[in-house]
Structure formats: C-alpha cells, structure tokens
Design a protein around this ligand. Structure first.
Ligand SMILES: Nc1ncnc2c1ncn2[C@@H]1O[C@H](COP(=O)(O)OP(=O)(O)OP(=O)(O)O)[C@@H](O)[C@H]1O
Length: 720
C-alpha cells in the first residue's frame, strides 16, 4: 500500500468514524427526545412532584433534566469510542478537547431544540422534528464539506463556507472530531501540531460554546416571558411594542393621560352619550383616584385562511377607581375576557393601551402585572396539588416572605371557607370549590387590583352569597381595591357592582351605576298583580248554575245527554234526581257548550285547545287532566272559570288605564305587565290609580318595580 493510498484509506477511516459518531449522536438523542417529552408529560400529570417549590425551580429542574438526558448519549458514545478503539484516530492527548466538544454539543443541541420548539410549536412532535432536522442538517453539511474539501477547486470555498456550516452544532461536532483524527494521522494541512487550533477543534469549540450559551439565554427568556408563537401578527405586535418603548420615555402616574388629548380615534359606530363622556373624561386626564385607565384599547385576532380578521375589542376607553367594583357585562363573545386578558398581560393589545398605576401595560407589562390578582374564566389549577399547596405556591410566586407564608395561607383558607378541603388535591374538588380556590389565589398578597372573570360560575346559591360577601368586603369595606368583575348573573352585578359597563360585539354600549342604567334605559315599569282568591259563595253559585243548565234535558242535544250519562253513571240518575256537584265530570264537548252558555267561548279555547295556548300553571294542569281523564270535575272547572274572570277584569282595567301597557305573561297566580314610564306616567300616578281601584278589582296584592338590569341587558343584547 503506497503512502498516498494509506493516507486515503486513513482519511476515509477518519471520516467514517466521524460519520458513525455523528449518526449515533443523531439517533440516540432523537430517541431520548421522545423519552424527554414523555417524561415531561408524566411530570405534568404528577404535579405533586413540584409541591412546595416555585415555578422557577420546577422550570430549572425540568431544563437540567433535559440537558442531562442529552448529555447521557454523549457520555455513552465517549465510552464506546474508547472501548472500541476509535480513539486511535484521535489520540489520547486530545481527550479534554473531545470531552469539551461532547459537552458543548449536548448543550447547544438541547438549547437550540428547546428554543426553536418554543418559537414554532410546543407540540411534542415539533420538538422531535426540530431535533431530527438538526441532526440531518449536520450530517448533510458534513458530507458536502468533506466532498468540497477533497476537490481542489472547491477546497478554499469549503474553508469559507465552513464558517456558516458551523452554525449547525452537528456539523461543528463531526468536523471537530474528523479534524482531530486527521491531525493525529498527520493529514491535516497547515495547522501545526496543536489540537486547539482554529482549523482543528478551536472553531468547533468556540461556535458550539457560543451557540449553546446564546440559545440557552434565549430559551431562558422565552420561558420567563409569556409564550408567543412567531407569526406575522406577533411580529407586527412586537414591532409596535418596540416603537412604543422608544416613544414613551416617561412612566409617571398622570403624564400619559395628560399627553393624550390627540388620541381621539374615529369610531365607525354611534357611541352612547355616557360612553362618550367617559371617553372624553379619560382622554382629557380628568379622572380622580382612578388606578386603571383603558385608552382606545383594541384587539384584532387573525381570522385564519378563510375567515376575515376578528375585531374582538373596539377602541375601549374607561377608567376604574380605587374601591370601585366595576361590572363588565356582555353577551357571549362580546370581548370581556379578551379585555381582561390584555389588562393582565396575557394578550397584547393590537392598538391603544391601558395604564395601571400610571404604567403602560404594553411597554411595562411586568410592572403592571405586580398590581393585579387575576382569576381567569377557567380554573388554572394543577390537578395533583392540594388546596393548601396551591396557596403556598402562589404566595411564594407573589413574593410573600417565608415567615408570613403560613399566616397568609391560613387567612385565605378561612376567608374562602376552604379549611376542610385544605389537603385535598384540586382534581377532587367540586366546581364551586375550584372557583373559590381560583379567587383565593387571585387575592393572595392583597393586590390593589383584582380581576375576576365569572368568579361564581358553578357555585350553589349559598356559596355564591358567600363569595359576594368576600368580594364586596374587598372593594367596599377596605375601599382600596379596585375590582373588575365579569358575570352573566344580573343579580350578582346588581349586588356587587358600583358601576357597570355593558359590552356588545366588542363595543361598550353603556356605562354607569346600576341605578343610572335603570333610570336611563329602563323606560318602563314592571307591574305584577295577584288577584284575590275565588270565594266559596261564588264558586257554589256557579256550580249550581251550571248544574241546573246541564239537567235541563229538553234543551240538550242528544250527544250531550249521552255524555252526561257516562259522566254521572246512567240515565235514571239524570231523569230522577240531581247528582251531587262533585260527581259531575265535564267532557270537552260539555265544556265548550258551557263556555257558550256563560258567554265566553274564547276563554274556553285556552283550556281545550290542542295547540297548547299558555294559560298559566292551573290552566295547563286542567288541560292535561282533560286529555288524560276525558273530563274535569265541575267544581274545579268553576274555580278556574272564576279565577279567569278576575284576571280578565284586572286585564281590561290595566290595559285601559295605562295606554301603552303590555301584557307580559301569567303564571296562573299573578299577571305581569310592562307600563310605559316617563313624564306622562309617574310612579305616584300608577300607585294612586291602583290603590283607588284595588278592592273593586279584587287585587290581593300588587307590586311595581323599575326595569331590572336583566331587561336592560336583554334590550342591548337584542339590539346587537
Ligand atoms: N385566540 C383567538 N383567536 C381568534 N378569535 C378569538 C380568540 N379569542 C377570542 N376570540 C374571539 O373574540 C371574540 C371575543 O371573545 P371573548 O372570549 O373575549 O368573549 P367574552 O365576552 O369573554 O365571551 P364569554 O362571555 O362567552 O366568555 C369572540 O368572537 C371570540 O370568538
């Protein structure tokens, strides 16, 4: 074998060794990546592993574990490398540079894979794909570089291109090993004897070291900041934030408001006068004690391929003061959660901004978040952590000092009546108790701003009352905390909120105190009347009249007589003596005829109609009985008839006395009306008129109330 053949053989052997190692490194970590993902899933399920430690240390342990997992195959390969004598190509003197490269390779691969996965998708598969792309890139570049290095005309281009190829950790690693092998065999040109020369291992060590640190820091940043995928929209948002950062140098409490008069945006919808007044007030900076200001806050979501963009929140402007409980109401999809997510820093505004204690949520999200306790719409609890551990964990995250921890946790357990559930894992709690825990977490550390997104969902009425107590104590009694509350319960809003804003399709449609909204938008009164009960004398009289008419056989059609026979048990009894009233059961045909005798066939129709005309509970029961038994006892029919008579008298009285009054329904015991309310008809007029005629009309009781919040909400929802 000539020297040149020997060199080529050695050259090829060195290259094969590097390729084999590279492939080994490609696939072993790839399979480990799967194991790591699985291990993370397991950890996610058994969250008690992190009991008592902060999120940060959980993150650190996960990261270190991943890193060790990546290093494991490195160590494994090193051992193999020496056992099978592959080291003869490298030489024992190169042990430490080799070890260093292995370590750096582990770090740079782990960090860059982690980091790229964060950017594009956190799906487990994405992590594997990134990992494999990494390894194959290294391998392919290695082959290209090797071939280019062999061909004389491309050798210098190869040296230049290597500077870029080295951005791939796989290439760096394989190139470093191959260069070491070539050096030891004396086949490396122009590099002297030193293993740490740039062209031997120096470049690989520097590149991999720099990449490892760079990606590590980037990953750290991504872990600590809220995760955001790299999409055109997020890029635009990032750009806007950067611009704002440079524009806004001051963060004093009032300055942002005073500078803002030019921010009146052109609205493409008619704004309610109260909403406009609030907008002008906020934009002019004349708000006292307000600690939250929203200024033209807007959120646009990308709509995907086939849908247009979605404007979830349109130019929202209002303020919330200290000690205020602001009720943020709205239809489903009105944009409430989106607004709250922007305030709590979960989402970036597409335009406009908000200030919390004078700090801009866009340019200073960390500083603003410190003031906020947020209870999201869906419980963000860790399944296997107990109630107490949750409180401890969040108290630590919120910076409660260790010596106060026990007291703070106990205080919340008692305040939210969770003491008896303290040691239960959160997955075993009922929905209502989960909500309690979420609200308790939001209130840890007594933040000056508490944002509660539908806090009482799923709670029983007692728990709900209890929760209302806690919230009202927080805002009204302590007087220092501002609460923003979204709810679909009008009772809750009425009970808790000092001011309410109703959102429809991303726009604020009205704003003001509950009383102000009722006075402004409740342009009618609700009247409920309960008639007196039917008197036994009247009932007896009617039964008698009907009975007499029924037994006046000459006036009956043949078919009715046969009906009567069936109802009271035979012809003899009809002819000879009158049966007792209670014995008489009226068939449908008889009822229709009786209605005609009594002069109101229309009323009978509500009873016998198969179309199910609503006539209150009593009427519905009689209809059912008629269908089921084929008849109704005479006394019961008579009672129903007299009750209807009373209803009818009251109905004609109300409709004729209050022009514009509308019938709203009856439950069989009382009737409801809506009366127009305004200059023509005052509350005093209505009371006076009803009181004067009360006994004449047979009203047992009546009530008049202003429109409820629910009617006002329905009015806005219906006009959306
Ligand atoms: N990530 C998103 N991407 C696209 N559209 C979204 C996204 N999140 C919310 N939306 C849309 O924005 C609008 C406002 O949603 P949001 O969840 O803020 O409403 P909401 O008032 O809280 O409703 P609900 O009372 O049902 O909780 C909805 O039309 C919703 O479909």
């Amino acid at each position: 074998m000539t020297k040149s053949q020997h060199l080529q053989r050695r050259d090829l052997d060195a290259f094969s060794a590097a390729v084999v190692v590279n492939i080994a490194f490609s696939f072993i970590p790839a399979s480990f990546a799967v194991a790591i993902v699985k291990e993370r899933e397991v950890k996610a399920k058994h969250q008690q592993l992190i009991s008592g430690v902060s999120i940060l240390s959980y993150w650190a342990s996960t990261y270190i574990w991943d890193f060790i997992s990546f290093l494991f195959p490195s160590s494994f390969a090193i051992i193999l490398f020496y056992i099978f004598g592959l080291d003869q190509f490298i030489g024992r003197g190169s042990f430490w540079p080799t070890i260093l490269m292995f370590l750096e390779y582990g770090l740079s691969i782990a960090s860059s894979t982690y980091c790229l996965t964060f950017f594009f998708s956190e799906h487990a598969m994405a992590q594997n794909v990134v990992l494999l792309v990494h390894f194959f890139t290294g391998l392919i570049l290695m082959v290209i570089s090797f071939i280019m290095g062999l061909i004389q005309t491309t050798a210098s281009a190869n040296s230049f291109l290597k500077n870029f190829f080295r951005l791939s950790p796989g290439f760096c690693f394989a190139d470093g090993l191959a260069s070491l092998a070539l050096l030891r065999q004396g086949m490396k040109e122009g590099s002297g004897d030193r293993v740490l020369d740039w062209n031997v291992t120096g470049a690989s060590i520097c590149y991999m070291g720099a990449e490892g640190i760079f990606y590590f820091l980037l990953t750290l940043g991504l872990e600590l900041l809220p995760p955001h995928k790299l999409t055109p929209v997020t890029l635009i948002e990032c750009w806007k934030r950067i611009k704002k950062l440079f524009r806004r140098t001051s963060s004093s409490y009032l300055e942002p408001l005073l500078e803002s008069s030019s921010e009146n945006v052109a609205l493409d919808f008619d704004e309610d006068i109260d909403v406009r007044t609030e907008r002008n007030r906020v934009l002019s900076g004349s708000t006292d004690n307000a600690i939250i200001y929203l200024r033209n806050l807007r959120k646009v979501y990308p709509g995907g391929k086939h849908l247009g963009t979605k404007i979830a929140v349109h130019s929202l402007t209002f303020s919330v003061q200290e000690g205020e409980c602001f009720g943020f109401l709205g239809t489903n999809g009105a944009g409430k959660t989106t607004t709250l997510s922007m305030l709590s820093g979960e989402e970036y505004p597409s335009d406009g901004t908000a200030f919390i204690f004078g700090k801009d949520i866009s340019s200073n999200p960390k500083a603003t978040r410190r003031h906020i306790g947020y209870c999201p719409q869906f419980d963000a609890l860790l399944e296997f952590l107990t109630v107490q551990e949750h409180l401890e964990l969040y108290a630590r995250i919120k910076g409660v000092p260790e010596y106060r921890l026990e007291d703070v946790v106990m205080e919340k357990l008692v305040e939210f009546d969770l003491l008896k559930h303290a040691n239960k894992p959160s997955f075993s709690l009922s929905g209502g108790n989960k909500r309690k825990l979420s609200v308790a977490i939001a209130m840890i550390g007594d933040p000056p701003i508490v944002i509660l997104d539908e806090p009482s969902t799923g709670m029983d009425p007692i728990a709900k009352r209890f929760m209302w107590e806690v919230i009202s104590r927080l805002s009204t009694r302590q007087g220092k905390t501002a609460v923003i509350l979204t709810t679909h319960s009008m009772n809750e809003a009425q009970a808790l909120c000092t001011r309410i804003g109703i959102m429809v399709e991303g726009q604020l449609r009205c704003i003001g105190s509950p009383q102000h909204l009722k006075t402004r938008f409740g342009n009618h009164l609700e009247l409920e009347v309960k008639p007196t009960e039917v008197s036994p004398g009247d009932l007896e009289n009617l039964c008698q009249i009907i009975q007499e008419r029924l037994f006046d056989v000459h006036s009956h059609p043949r078919s009715l007589l046969s009906d009567l026979e069936v109802c009271i048990g035979g012809t003899d009894s009809i002819a000879s003596e009158n049966p007792s009233v209670a014995e008489i059961s009226l068939s449908e045909e008889m009822i229709v005829i009786i209605g005609r005798w009594l002069g109101n066939e229309e009323r009978i129709r509500t009873l016998v109609s198969s179309t199910g005309v609503s006539d209150g509970v009593f009427g519905e029961q009689l209809s059912e009985q008629l269908v089921r038994d084929g008849g109704i006892p005479l006394p019961i029919f008579s009672e129903w008839w007299l009750a209807k008579e009373k209803f009818s008298i009251i109905d004609s009285f109300v409709l004729s006395s209050f022009p514009g009054a509308t019938f709203q329904g009856s439950n069989g015991l009382s009737i409801k009306y809506q009366l127009p309310y305004g200059e023509d008809l005052s509350l005093a007029d209505v009371f006076g008129h009803l009181e004067r005629n009360r006994y004449l009309l047979g009203m047992a009781e009546y009530s008049i109330s202003q429109s409820t919040l629910e009617t006002i909400f329905n009015h806005f929802a219906a006009n959306s």
